[in-house]
Design a protein. Structure first.
Lengths: 339, 339
């Protein structure tokens, strides 16, 4: 592989499959001059889809055939055993074989996790992959992990998440000492469950810039760079936040449609409301990294459209540029050497 | 006690103490003709505060002296052992002694929980109190519990929460068969941790109207009446939601203040934005019930102002009218009889 970046896309995954992936790929190639893309999936389907977009295969946009597709509700174990030629599996294989520097999939999260872990293996010192994503805050964004890969975590896992999250924030945001907070239900030392209290001790004893417990609202206030929690809590917190944002958005629409007077007010306020919508557009935050693997795997939301999928590609490009997995590996090996 | 309702207020609790409680009490008496209030706290302070509001003690507004105050950060065990004449403890005692039908406190949550449990005791068949509150949804509101009383729950506790939450929704909302959902990180049966899966079996086997797993965003979408979760998850979810709502509110303000053009747009849109603010005003949702006790105890947010504290009083009035604890007791004893 040269200096240029190659990214494999699971072109058949997600609710919209090629309809999202192909336009996203084409526009990502425009944005990144050093990028090459491998579309993984059924060759005939992909050739046909490219033709519809008046595009043919070229140096930077190639098709790699895969005969199977993992269903969005397919049990991970079944996908792992029975779909060895799925677009998802083949895209991950390309990362393992160093044909691609990263892969992006909007497919079934469980299957992606299981397959990536099986094919790529974990970094030394990391027991489990964790899902991390940037989340909008009042002053920029906060990185939060785990967002659903691990439903039962021990304190030691939360420490590993803290290390990985901190290194990712350092790499992609250029923050020298990211502020790491542990999600809890109060900021006092006596609060929280046994696991969280134990994790607090471990993280406080590490060289990380640990700022202590943070609460659910702190994620959005912007005083912390990396928020660590178990996957159950993280997933519920994230989806609750999405639910509230949606409810407020719908209520705003409703209120502005109430009468012709409010509709006029809405028309006048439109540019401001549009800026708001852009600022918190979940598509601009689409793309979560599966951290802890020996390779870069980005999970796009299953319902992602081309814009959202494009954002996930951009995240992959950034993590390749910043060599996130090797940085995590180095960091952990340095810490182990110290320990 | 006659048909009239008497409510004891911990007049010294919360960040604002009497400044919130006394105006809230005076306006609650205006709203509820059948209500009497007992202000619990230092008699001199309370007499002085009433005088400043040009009010004197009367039939429906009495002072009950208590010499101590529980600090907002005081450890619960210390408050329980060392503050036997605190405004919080005495207000709860009045419920136990049947002088008051309910009490409301904006004080230290941990101390309130511990004291209420110690003084009032649990209903038969209930192991632990749970904190429940109404949360705004797109179509009205959802009741969610536990919001932070229990950081480690077993499946059996989640079943108890489901029973109590369902009965509360039946009592105060008049919904015959409230839809009960169990908070999880996916709607498929295979998702979730062992505890949640076990609880799902127990709740599904109960006579409740169990609709299955719900996710964080479902709380706000409005398809469920009662959402059950452990206190750690519930607290994080609620605070995350509050954090997002605040962030969006602040961003809206910011965007409308960007230039004189947007300020004019903001002025024109003001009535609509004000309606929005009223609709989701957290003060209108202030007041969480400590369910499972032999008595009604309402926890107000520590930072509640008079309007917010007044809402907590209204919740107490409603629960007294609907005899929530006896209804829960009857429901559980009926179920146990069946079991």
């Amino acid at each position: 592989m040269s200096n240029a970046i190659t990214i494999a896309l699971d072109a058949m995954g997600g609710d919209h499959g090629t309809d999202s992936v192909i336009p996203a790929a084409i526009s990502a190639l425009d944005r990144h001059a050093d990028l090459s893309i491998v579309l993984v999936g059924d060759r005939d389907t992909l050739t046909h889809c490219l033709a519809r977009q008046r595009v043919v295969e070229h140096d930077r946009l190639r098709i790699h055939h895969a005969s199977q597709t993992v269903g969005m509700d397919e049990p991970p174990a079944q996908a792992l055993r029975g779909k060895k030629d799925s677009s998802m599996r083949v895209a991950i294989n390309l990362v393992k074989d160093e044909v691609a520097h990263a892969c992006v999939s909007a497919g079934n999260t469980g299957a992606l996790m299981a397959t990536a872990r099986f094919v790529l293996k974990m970094l030394p010192g990391i027991d489990r992959p964790a899902i991390i994503s940037a989340i909008p805050s009042s002053v920029g964004h906060t990185h939060m992990l785990d967002l659903g890969a691990n439903v039962d975590c021990e304190a030691e896992h939360l420490l590993q998440f803290a290390l990985m999250g901190s290194e990712l924030a350092r790499a992609v945001e250029g923050i020298e000492r990211p502020r790491v907070g542990l999600l809890n239900i109060g900021e006092e030392d006596i609060k929280g469950n046994a696991n969280v209290k134990e994790a607090a001790k471990l993280i406080a004893a590490s060289p990380l810039n640990y700022i202590g417990y943070v609460e659910g609202d702190d994620v959005y206030a912007g005083g912390v760079d990396v928020v660590v929690c178990d996957g159950f809590v993280g997933n519920v917190a994230l989806k609750s936040a999405e639910g509230v944002a949606k409810m407020i958005g719908n209520a705003l629409k409703q209120e502005f449609r109430r009468s012709w007077l409010t509709m006029i007010a809405g028309a006048i306020a439109y540019p401001v409301l549009k800026r708001m919508r852009t600022r918190f557009d979940p598509r601009r935050y689409n793309g979560a990294s599966l951290l802890g693997l020996r390779g870069i795997v980005i999970k796009s939301h299953g319902g992602a459209d081309a814009l959202a999928f494009g954002n996930a590609i951009d995240i992959a490009v950034k993590e390749v540029h910043k060599s996130v997995p090797s940085r995590i590996e180095e960091r952990i090996s340095a810490l182990m050497g110290q320990g």
